[in-house]
Design a protein around this ligand. Structure first.
Ligand code: ADE
Length: 232
């Protein structure tokens, strides 16, 4: 999957993409990420990328010119049909379903905002979809873009070892995942649930289901169509 990222802070993102499973995916050619550092495209003599909002208000707003020019450069690396996603708290909420759908795209351009926002003409002219990673406000879109790349990449065939790995994961069957254990069976007196050592597959499966339901009911009753309990 080919992804281009427009950001003011590529150096904050690169190390994460070079590490662990995403790093391995990139070295294996399954993932091809390129950065377009927005400041490099600024025609301002001080390489400015932001300015005061018309009509007043707090904070600075990203100006159109550097983003339009960075986008034109990024577009050259992609097919004309490639979708552009702007990471913002105003966007559609990212979930596994959207991540799987985006993994089918083959190519994506991601735009990370900063400051208090970006000039609306950028969104109107250049962006196909706004995506949010949750109902909170980050200082910029970089962490959100990393979350999106990570969650989407897991649905790119070959990125996570086993093709069946998604089946038991949280959300795949509308439930959170059951708890997992590994060796030793007894760690400092804390024992692994007996059933998992029994070798009885039907019992183990029933236990997984029961624990997944228990956990979901306690933490995310909304996934079961039940009312959210008041916060503790
Ligand atoms: N940028 C700032 N906050 C964000 C959020 N919650 N999701 C995506 N991008 C963001």
């Amino acid at each position: 999957m080919k992804i281009s990222i427009l950001t003011l802070f590529p150096e904050a993102m690169q190390p994460y993409l070079d590490s662990s499973i995403l790093g391995r995916a990139e070295r294996a050619g399954l993932l091809d990420v390129a950065f377009y550092p927005i400041r490099d495209y600024s025609l301002d003599k001080h390489k400015k990328t932001d300015d005061y909002p018309f009509g007043g208000g707090a904070g600075l707003v990203m100006t159109p010119q550097p983003v339009f020019d960075a986008m034109a450069a990024a577009r050259q690396r992609h097919r004309p049909s490639c979708k552009v996603i702007y990471l913002s708290p105003q966007g559609r909420r990212l979930d596994n379903r959207l991540a799987r759908q985006l993994a089918g795209e083959e190519e994506l351009i991601l735009l990370c905002g900063h400051y208090e926002g970006i000039d609306q003409r950028i969104v109107d002219q250049l962006v196909d979809m706004e995506v949010s990673i949750g109902d909170y406000v980050l200082t910029g879109g970089e962490l959100a873009a990393l979350v999106l790349v990570d969650s989407v990449s897991r649905f790119v065939p070959g990125v996570v070892g086993n093709e069946n790995v998604h089946e038991d994961e949280s959300f795949e069957d509308g439930l959170l995942e059951y708890p997992q254990y590994t060796r030793p069976a007894d760690f400092r007196g804390f024992a692994v649930p007996e059933v998992l050592l029994s070798g009885h597959h039907a019992h183990i499966e029933a236990w997984h289901k029961e624990k997944a339901l228990e956990k979901t009911r306690a933490v995310r009753p909304d996934l079961l169509g039940e009312e959210q309990k008041p916060e503790v």
